[in-house]
Design a protein around this ligand. Sequence first.
Ligand SMILES: NC(=O)c1ccc[n+]([C@@H]2O[C@H](COP(=O)([O-])OP(=O)(O)OC[C@H]3O[C@@H](n4cnc5c(N)ncnc54)[C@H](O)[C@@H]3O)[C@@H](O)[C@H]2O)c1
Ligand SMILES: O=C(O)C(=O)C[C@@H](O)[C@H](O)[C@H](O)COP(=O)(O)O
Ligand SMILES: [Zn+2]
Length: 369
Amino acid sequence: MAVIPVDLSGREYDVHVGRDLLEGAGRLARNFIRKQMVCVVADERAHELHGRRLETALMEQGHDVAWYLVPSGEASKSWNGLAQLCEWLLDKEVERGDHVFALGGGVVGDLTGFACAILKRGCGFVQLPTTLLAQVDSSVGGKTAINTRAGKNLVGAFHQPSLVLADLGTLATLPPRELRAGYAEVLKYGVLGDRAFFDWLSANGPAVLSLEEQPLEYAVSMSIAAKARIVAEDERETSGRRALLNLGHTFGHALEAETGFSDRLLHGEGVALGMVLAARYSARMGMIGDADADLVAQAVATAGLPHDLADLALDCDGQKLAAHMRHDKKMDAGTLPFVLLEAVGKAVLKRDVSLDDVAAFLDGQLRVA
Ligand SMILES: NC(=O)c1ccc[n+]([C@@H]2O[C@H](COP(=O)([O-])OP(=O)(O)OC[C@H]3O[C@@H](n4cnc5c(N)ncnc54)[C@H](O)[C@@H]3O)[C@@H](O)[C@H]2O)c1
Ligand SMILES: O=C(O)C(=O)C[C@@H](O)[C@H](O)[C@H](O)COP(=O)(O)O
Ligand SMILES: [Zn+2]
């Protein structure tokens, strides 16, 4: 059991990591419940598997639960999904001082967080992440958003939760593919800023993916602590520090867009492949050697994650992927800074990258003739 503080003056909160936290939710979250009825927005599958535990815990503290179920999948992070959720929260008479609970993965967390950011110009929310990805990444740091026709997370807000309860027991029901996708974001923390953690994962990754108690808790806590540190330094991604958490995402989001935000490529899978591409592009720029890029690719491949762009068999060229990248939120006065590597364990933001060169690089990776 660990409690990791996110140290944001005026908006500080704790992230609890451990077992049976859903059973303890009524007690742990008592400061954030003011009424008899607690509104819980839940991923359909997370509700089916873990909803009863949460409901029992809240009922033990004398509360009733109003459930709002969100269909599983990235498509729920949409204008339509947002509108329906906001109307429901308004029907439930949620006030600014109330907290809405989000039970599920990053989709439900991002959607609920954004709805809470705009509902009556802002109400509170509590994150109850049930995927590895959501526990190590999306539930922490306050990025909330929906996807739009133009791309990933393009309408959203920074809105911090008041509490995060990452119950490791919920991960036992996660399909292996989703577990691996979440592991990509774990690996990201090592690649971007912590060579010792990267090396630890090289040795202990299989134990983490097998949900062995201690390695799992260590990996989740290390990831959250890394994210909490960066978020506390640069909450709104203005100094360039937080942008490092975007390692692999400029490539990854373009691939998610090109595959239609579908099951063909999960977010974590796009990040995994994106990290390999960022490493290979860093090597092309002479920032790291090919051996270091291979090391990143090998770590991704060993986890059973996609590591070769050609394997996706996309029907597009590098320019098409670069066109998706022009919607990236890091875009600054017409140029797109890229998160690249100076070493495995040291990411930097490079502002002098030519998108045409990236497109040519991607042609090579796609094996476009
Ligand atoms: N806000 C951020 O900082 C941030 C960070 C990383 C990713 N994200 C976003 O998070 C989303 C991806 O999140 P995700 O990977 O959690 O996906 P997800 O929310 O789609 O969940 C993945 C799948 O797991 C199922 N599921 C959830 N909990 C389960 C459980 N305990 N057992 C069995 N099945 C369960 C869901 O029904 C879904 O099918 C993307 O939209 C991504 O953009 C946001
Ligand atoms: O918290 C952050 O900052 C991140 O970049 C974490 C990412 O893993 C996450 O996918 C995030 O939503 C991407 O941010 P975006 O600003 O590129 O949408
Ligand atoms: Zn991500």
